[in-house]
Design a protein around this ligand. Structure first.
Ligand code: ATR
Length: 355
């Protein structure tokens, strides 16, 4: 399989209109702490983050909920010690709290001002930094008016604990109301060739408000890299049991999507992962995807995707090779439909539900 090589300089772009400059490609650190595979050894996790930084990726994404007991933030914090802190754009998130249970039933969304405050203190400590560059609300707490949550985030900006505010999986109404309290710099949301439901409303809204978009799972959680198709499902047993698109019956249907993208990739001397990523990268200057990987080889390929140049005609052809109706299975994990941006509205400010 051909793969574009990555001897290129990673461009710098502005996310949002508040002056936040990042590398055009970010790095999603979640998988290093075992989202899809077993967690990597600490020294390997630190090495890959350092490698990415040395290649020009400076925008690193983590969250307090990734890994057991804050493991992913702790790992990123360790890696940061070996980088230039001021040259890194560090993004983390609060908002999903875990009970004892490690399965999805143990995930609770919280967004009260007190909770925000306790989370930032814990994240700063785990990361061992003085400030966070971009602090996202990971999921929207539908019982707390968004004005209250963002009001507290605004105080964190004033106190210089965070520089910029982001939202993840927020509805259009929530984005608009949040932005009225304090400028929102970025919205992180799923966007890839097989998950395109944000294109109608969220993308135009972010452009109208000057908010950057950070697509997560730009490789379809590894599907466009061949996971479950050319690579065994063994490596992604967590997806096999919990994600509709990777369940046997749906995956069988989805394999034809992979084949089509793979054929187009050959035409562009790229791997399917590179083509899928290049397609996301081409959606606009303000789009900064954060693919995750545990392997240097794949990281190099992802950087190489920046060298894949696609014309309008190419983009149309690639888009049309993955029609929404051909994608079998919902885009989000079984039992977590309520985590979707479509349901992420909050009560009006003066009608807070008492809990
Ligand atoms: P998420 O945002 O949920 O982490 P993603 O970025 O769409 O999802 O995909 C991450 C998955 O793609 C990981 O399983 C990663 O596997 P490895 O750790 O084995 O690399 C896989 N992946 C990332 N880059 C890849 C590439 N260039 N080729 C193949 N698989 C890749």
């Amino acid at each position: 399989m051909a793969a574009r090589q990555s001897g290129l300089i990673i461009p710098r772009v502005k996310l949002g209109t508040q002056g936040f400059e990042v590398s055009k490609l970010g790095f999603g650190c979640m998988g290093l702490s075992g989202a899809y595979n077993d967690p990597v050894a600490e020294e390997d996790g630190v090495s890959i983050i350092k490698y990415a930084f040395n290649k020009g990726i400076t925008f690193f994404d983590t969250a307090d909920v990734y890994g057991a007991a804050g493991a992913n933030e702790l790992l990123v914090g360790k890696a940061l010690k070996q980088l230039h802190r001021e040259k890194v754009q560090l993004a983390t998130k609060f908002g999903i709290s875990r009970t004892q249970s490690r399965d999805f039933s143990g995930m609770i969304v919280k967004g009260s001002p007190d909770y925000v405050r306790s989370c930032i203190e814990a994240s700063l400590k785990r990361l061992d930094v003085e400030y966070i560059d971009l602090y996202y609300q990971h999921r929207v707490d539908t019982s707390v008016p968004i004005e209250d949550t963002v009001g507290e985030l605004k105080k964190l900006v004033e106190e210089e604990k965070i520089k910029y505010i982001g939202l993840s999986e927020a509805s259009p109404d929530t984005i608009r109301r949040a932005h009225a309290v304090h400028p929102i710099t970025a919205v992180q949301i799923e966007w890839s060739l097989w998950t395109r439901d944000i294109e109608e409303e969220i993308v135009p809204l972010c452009r109208e408000l000057g908010i950057g978009i950070v697509p997560y799972s730009p490789l379809g959680r590894g599907f466009f890299g061949g996971k479950g198709v050319v690579e065994s499902m063994h490596a992604i047993s967590s997806l096999k049991t919990s994600h509709p698109r990777f369940q046997a019956e749906n995956l069988d249907k989805n394999k034809s999507i992979y084949d089509r993208v793979n054929n187009l990739a050959k035409k562009h001397q790229a791997t399917p992962a590179q083509l899928a990523l290049a397609w996301v990268l081409h959606q606009g200057e303000d789009i900064v995807p954060i693919p995750g990987t545990t392997k240097i080889k794949n990281l190099d390929q992802n950087i190489g995707a920046l060298a894949v140049k696609l014309s309008e005609k190419d983009l149309k052809e690639i888009s049309e090779s993955v029609p929404a109706d051909d994608v079998a299975g919902g885009r989000y994990y079984n039992g977590l439909d309520h985590f979707s941006w479509k349901l992420a509205n909050t009560p009006a400010k003066d009608s807070k539900i008492s809990t």
